[in-house]
Design a protein around this ligand. Structure first.
Ligand code: GCU
Length: 444
């Protein structure tokens, strides 16, 4: 099963890089150069190696055994401010603790958006009318451009029912353009309506934002995309944005456009993503309160999973040359002189930044190859985030017991569902859409 997980991840890694094509030897060399230069600027010698997800017999093999998780370092306090005072109300959370935590994520994890970030103008390139799930829909193909970054071309495709009664809710996916799949591989066999068909059948709209067109997905790409444009030839500062923050920033720019569209209900726009894009969806929820619901799938380390838990991917993997570009340079020190135990934030705080808005956390099972993302680590993080929802007088994740596979734990504002398959959001879409429908109708 571990082998199956490895092949899934290879497929996913391939899919993710499909947006930017397979890195050439030159690109790989540029990534290594930037990685070494980043370490040098940070005064960091070699970092600790990550868990080995490919070789179960390796001495540092990733742990997939609940019995071997061991005691985790205590989680940093959610409801105590820097001054040591307890946070006792939703008002104090919003005024005091939330900004403190956001500042920590900015500085130590995802990086802050520099003032030089380009401004984006969306242009409509072309539209097409199609029938989807028996409904006539119109898809508008947009490109986001910037006068200060002429090579930038952010791709966003928005599909809405042609005939609408009032403004429609919309699901924004961070993902691959509709219909695309990894070159050379056949698309997975269809087992019923896909997520776009499910969305359209509800009379809603959907949009796909292609993260690789906001920020390329490798270290070499830090000289390109919006991060490169903002940097103006300078190396990233220790607290400046990595790709996850850049992708989330791109989702906010898409939101700017979507809320200007009179066919769309700006109060009912969701953000969704899988894996690295699931991390970015969660970061989007944390930073942009205009998104009213989130669906983070198999987001794992750097997403909804507690970094302090010794299961699956570890902080040292995130800080290695294949993933460091997702984060601020400051984050790398937690795989060197410091450890995850010294990080003043963890995933429960990231989830809590979404409060009181509803959030659906999904994953597959360890047995079906999703152990790398540590599904249980996301569940524990969601439980630990729930006191913030309660401050707002709302239940967060309801129930302390570990849910059965296929059970949708959704009576609170945080939903959790571990589906019966691997590294995919597909089996969780019906449950997420039901959750969104219930939450959105309850709020109206
Ligand atoms: C790798 C990485 C994960 C990431 C995943 C993906 O496995 O270690 O953190 O979520 O790729 O995005 O496919």
């Amino acid at each position: 099963m571990i082998r199956r997980r490895a092949s899934w991840l290879l497929l996913l890694a391939g899919l993710a890089s499909a947006a930017t094509a397979q890195p050439s030897p030159q690109r790989q060399a540029d990534t290594q150069r930037d990685y070494q230069a980043t370490l040098a600027r940070m005064g960091l010698a070699a970092l600790r190696p990550g868990a080995d997800g490919q070789h179960p017999d390796a001495p540092n093999a990733a742990n997939y055994d609940e019995a071997r998780v061991g005691p985790a370092a205590p989680l940093p306090p959610l409801l105590r401010g820097w001054d040591g005072k307890e946070i006792k109300s939703a008002g104090q959370w919003t005024r005091i603790r939330r900004p403190e935590i956001l500042a920590l994520f900015d500085r130590e994890v995802f990086g802050r958006v520099p003032a030089t970030a380009p401004s984006i103008d969306w242009g409509l390139d072309w539209s097409e009318t199609r029938i989807k799930a028996g409904v006539q829909v119109v898809t508008s193909h947009y490109t986001g451009r910037s006068a200060s970054a002429p090579t930038l071309g952010i791709r966003l495709d928005v599909t809405l029912p042609q005939k609408t009664r009032g403004r429609v809710p919309l699901i924004l996916e961070l993902g691959f353009p509709e219909g695309s799949h990894f070159p050379g591989l056949r698309p997975p066999p269809s087992t019923g309506p896909d997520w776009t068909e499910q969305v359209v059948s509800r009379g809603w709209g959907y949009a796909v934002l292609v993260p690789g067109t906001i920020q390329p997905d490798d270290g070499a790409g830090l000289a390109e995309g919006v991060i490169g444009a903002a940097a103006r030839g300078q190396p990233r500062r220790a607290d400046e944005w990595g790709a996850l923050r850049a992708w989330a920033w791109g989702a906010s720019r898409a939101m700017d456009l979507l809320t200007r569209d009179r066919r769309i209900d700006g109060r009912r726009i969701a953000i969704e993503g899988l894996s690295r894009y699931g991390k970015a969806a969660l970061v989007t929820m944390a930073y942009d309160p205009r998104f009213s619901i989130g669906f983070t799938g198999s987001s794992g380390a750097g997403g909804a999973k507690l970094l302090r838990r010794h299961f699956g991917e570890q902080i040292e993997n995130l800080a290695a040359s294949g993933e460091y570009h997702w984060f601020a340079p400051n984050f790398l020190k937690y795989a060197g002189p410091l450890t995850s135990a010294e990080l003043q934030v963890d995933a429960h705080m990231l989830i809590a930044l979404a409060a009181p808005r509803p959030l659906f956390i999904g994953a597959g099972t360890v047995e079906h190859g999703d152990g790398w993302v540590d599904p249980r680590g996301s569940f524990e993080a969601a439980r630990a985030a729930s006191p913030v929802y309660r401050l707002f007088g709302m239940p967060g994740l309801v129930g302390d017991s570990w849910p059965a596979v296929g059970e949708t734990r959704a009576s609170g504002r945080i939903a959790f569902r571990q589906h019966e398959d691997g590294h995919s959001n597909a089996p969780n879409w019906p449950a997420f859409l039901e959750f969104a429908a219930n939450r959105w109708s309850a709020n109206r």
